[in-house]
Design a protein around this ligand. Structure first.
Ligand SMILES: Cc1ncc(COP(=O)(O)O)c(C=O)c1O
Length: 436
């Protein structure tokens, strides 16, 4: 965890918060990042009232600059055709390189360790091709029992691809009975007992369901002590927490950009391969022309010569329109900076937690960790005896949240576009619906 955040959290704990609209508005007035909300399109109801949007952990809102960035590429395509690869304002040939530095900063990596390409599940597969190399004796993969379904399916299919029955090869890191959160000691004991058979840990850095942010450095340390490869799904981490991927020592990571990184539905993903693997040309991988040496790519008929670093996992020439949307969002992130963003996020979610606790409703339990070091912005709120009709009523009241069966509402206050007043109003609606 970044040092400035530790100091900030200690200071924040001393603050006495108030459950009043006036206090929420004062927080907004003093919020240095408050004006960024104006840079986003906030969806509205049919009467023109803004939605209270808490699903940026599912699909981030559209920055107002995105259209302009995409239009630039449409114009360049219109005006230059194929020559746009070299003549466009931002030439398409090296376009992905424009994203690398700011993306690397967001996840705490070196530029050589990061590339934007494909989509998340595809990237997880490509990374497992390289980093899941099972042997007769070391062939298992550990995931969280509550891993996102796509990760589970991807892992099961990789095991089957290698002729391994998932019933034998898949090991689940589970919360203890009647608990929701994972404990590092339990991963440690899995590794103590089965470490000699485990080839890979593939763990969600921030769990999609509980919002728990796991200690990546510790996971890497435990995994590496048993000679396992360590990979992280950062779908719920990128643009949310500061995972410091390079320092964590994990071997690889992959994430999407359509959640916290606001790049639009189904947009491209990010991929990290630690520098320690950057120059190893012997790593088994799938290839295409785009991970071949840039200097000789167009000489054609050259023997394959892999690019060092994360770019060495690319396959195809990338979709520029999608990358333009990512660029518009990353340019915004570069202006704000992750330190400032995370600071606001800690404060914002802390206020949200305070307001929910103030409801003093016995039916409600926040299952996300209370320690800001162990969560991002999302709070997962369990509502006893509730069903999906609560979620529907929230939508009818312009509060957009995410419902997870059987009884959890996931809400993500987004530091770039959620105000303290939004939180106050959201909790007011929730309170009313629960009392009705
Ligand atoms: C944690 C996690 N992993 C994987 C995925 C799948 O992503 P994609 O459809 O981009 O492959 C998601 C999608 O929301 C996710 O939240």
């Amino acid at each position: 965890m970044v040092q400035i955040q530790k100091i900030f959290i200690v200071e924040l704990k001393k603050t006495k918060m108030e459950n009043t609209l006036h206090y929420a508005q004062e927080l907004d007035k003093n919020d240095e990042l408050g004006h960024y909300k104006e840079q986003f399109h906030i969806p509205k109801d049919k009467d023109g009232n803004d939605w209270l949007y808490f699903t940026g952990n599912s699909l981030g809102l559209q920055p107002k600059t995105t259209q302009e960035y995409i239009n630039q590429e449409l114009d360049d395509w219109k005006n230059f055709g194929v020559e746009g690869h070299f003549e466009a304002k931002n030439p398409w040939m090296p376009y992905h390189e424009l994203l690398t530095e700011s993306m690397a900063k967001i996840v705490g990596a070196k530029p050589i360790e990061v590339v934007v390409m494909n989509t998340l599940t595809t990237n997880l597969h490509l990374l497992m091709v390289s980093f899941f190399r099972p042997t007769k004796t070391k062939f298992k993969i550990v995931i969280e029992s509550d891993a996102f379904p796509s990760d589970r399916y991807a892992v099961e299919s990789q095991l089957r691809f290698h002729g391994i029955d998932p019933a034998v090869g898949l090991v689940e890191w589970k919360p203890r009975e009647n608990k929701e959160l994972l404990r590092m000691e339990d991963l440690e004991s899995i590794l103590d007992t089965q470490g000699n058979e485990i080839a890979l840990l593939l763990i969600g850095g921030v769990n999609y369901y509980t919002g728990q942010y796991l200690d990546l450095k510790q996971i890497a340390k435990l995994g590496h002590a048993q000679d396992c490869m360590v990979g992280i799904d950062l779908a719920h981490g990128a643009g949310n927490i500061q995972p410091e991927l390079h320092d964590s020592g994990v071997d690889f990571a992959a994430w999407c950009t359509y959640k916290y990184l606001n790049s639009g539905p189904g947009s491209l993903g990010g991929l990290f391969v630690h520098e320690k693997h950057a120059y190893d040309k012997d790593i088994v991988r799938f290839s295409g022309w785009w991970n071949h040496n840039k200097d000789t790519r167009f000489n054609m008929r050259q023997p394959f010569d892999v690019i060092p670093g994360a770019e060495g996992w690319q396959l195809s020439n990338p979709p520029i329109l999608s990358m333009a949307a990512i660029k518009s969002s990353l340019d915004l992130f570069a202006t704000v900076g992750m330190d400032a963003l995370r600071k606001k996020s800690i404060k914002l979610t802390g206020y949200f937690e305070f307001l929910i606790n103030e409801m003093n409703n016995q039916k409600i339990k926040i299952i996300t960790p209370t320690n800001p070091n162990e969560r991002g912005c999302q709070l997962s709120i369990q509502v006893k005896d509730a069903d999906k009709s609560l979620h529907t009523k929230l939508i009818e009241a312009n509060v957009i949240t995410d419902w997870r069966e059987p009884d959890v509402i996931r809400c993500a206050p987004i530091p770039l576009y959620t105000s303290y007043e939004d939180l106050f109003n959201m909790v007011k609606v929730l309170k009313r619906l629960l009392e009705d």
